[in-house]
Write a protein that binds this ligand. Structure first.
Ligand code: FAQ
Length: 311
């Protein structure tokens, strides 16, 4: 209990200003931020895998170098996000241990397989597109280090989205087989990308408090609806279709609507039973174990430098 601290915190939130690492904050606020930011960081790191799967099979040198840069950007996003979470008093080791132990969440979307090159297009266009819709409002999140990290992340995601769209555009205007491959990828990634926004509002336990704390600015359904509207317009440019004939703009509510989503599938993925959950975790575990010598060497070097300075 810290009455003055609480008062200061309430004032910051009421003014829609920013909470900084050294400010007093309620424990529940801290915990919820660590939860969201660490999940977000894990998503970026696990999210490298589905696209890394195609680096060695990219159809040209140019595509390969773009894809490599994109996957490296995701690593960078993970690192800023772990740093932002560390300012709340959780160490990176603790977060990483939770991830490799299978105790931490990361986005459902990265548990789906990337079976063709067109999936690189669909991920850029739809998955990075959904990430942008969700993250632009997070640039105004009340916790300073998180909001500031989101600014740069969103700039990079915009480039990622364009590169994905351009892959699909080229395939859609290619041979009939390429066009079919693009359509198939859009069909498979559509529903999982809509589910990235989280459960429907009446089944979203964290939303209300997160919105009261100015972390989230819009509800899951609100952002999902905006995203569907964006896809519905852009798919026309691709000359492809979305696998949902219930998409429409509701003139009364001024919102985009879509057909039903399979929330049972979403729950299965969250419970660790999605198509690639086991594979993604196993890959992360082995990468973490293979990197142990680098961490040890870096720690030994840092200790040596510190000893030199103090002598
Ligand atoms: N997957 O009460 P809510 C990217 C969990 S973008 C897994 O609505 P909240 C870029 C949720 O954690 C992807 N779990 O929760 C990229 C909660 O469980 P908990 C990452 C999900 O926090 C592109 C429970 O369900 N982006 O990585 C999902 O208010 C290409 C109840 O849900 C972010 O993390 C899901 N889809 O809203 C990288 C954005 N949805 O914690 C590589 C930041 C919900 O109580 C390649 N996060 N859950 O155990 C957020 O905006 C929010 O946390 C939401 C969820 C909107 C994801």
């Amino acid at each position: 209990e810290d009455a003055a601290g609480q008062e200061n915190f309430d004032r910051i939130i009421a003014k829609d200003s920013r909470v900084e690492p050294k400010d007093w904050m309620p424990e529940a606020y801290r915990r919820s931020l660590v939860r969201q930011i660490s999940q977000h960081a894990h998503s970026e790191i696990i999210g490298m895998q589905p696209e890394a799967n195609w680096i060695t099979r990219a159809p040209s040198l140019k595509r390969k170098s773009i894809l490599m840069a994109k996957v490296q950007d995701e690593a960078g996003h993970g690192l800023y996000l772990y740093s932002a979470a560390e300012t709340l008093g959780t160490t990176r080791d603790e977060m990483m241990d939770a991830l490799v132990a299978g105790k931490a969440r990361y986005s459902s979307i990265f548990n789906y397989p990337t079976v063709t090159w067109a999936d690189m297009g669909a991920i850029g266009w739809m998955v990075d597109g959904a990430a942008i819709c969700n993250q632009v409002p997070l640039c105004r999140a009340s916790y300073g280090p998180y909001g500031r990290a989101m600014v740069r992340v969103c700039k990079e995601e915009s480039f990622h989205q364009r590169q994905g769209f351009e892959i699909l555009l080229e395939l859609a205007n290619g041979t009939p087989a390429q066009r079919a491959m693009a359509q198939d990828a859009v069909n498979r990634w559509y529903a999982p990308s809509l589910m990235m926004f989280g459960p429907p509002d009446d089944d979203s336990p964290n939303s209300k408090q997160s919105m009261a704390w100015n972390i989230k600015r819009f509800s899951n359904d609100e952002l999902r609806s905006r995203f569907v509207g964006m896809l519905a317009e852009q798919v026309k440019v691709l000359g492809l279709t979305l696998p949902d004939d219930e998409i429409r703009f509701n003139e009364d509510t001024k919102k985009w609507e879509h057909g039903p989503l399979d929330w049972e599938e979403f729950k299965e993925v969250l419970a660790g039973r999605g198509p690639c959950n086991a594979q993604r975790l196993e890959r992360r575990r082995s990468a973490h174990a293979d990197g142990a010598w680098v961490r040890e060497a870096a720690a030994a070097y840092a200790a040596k430098q510190a000893a030199k300075q103090s002598s």
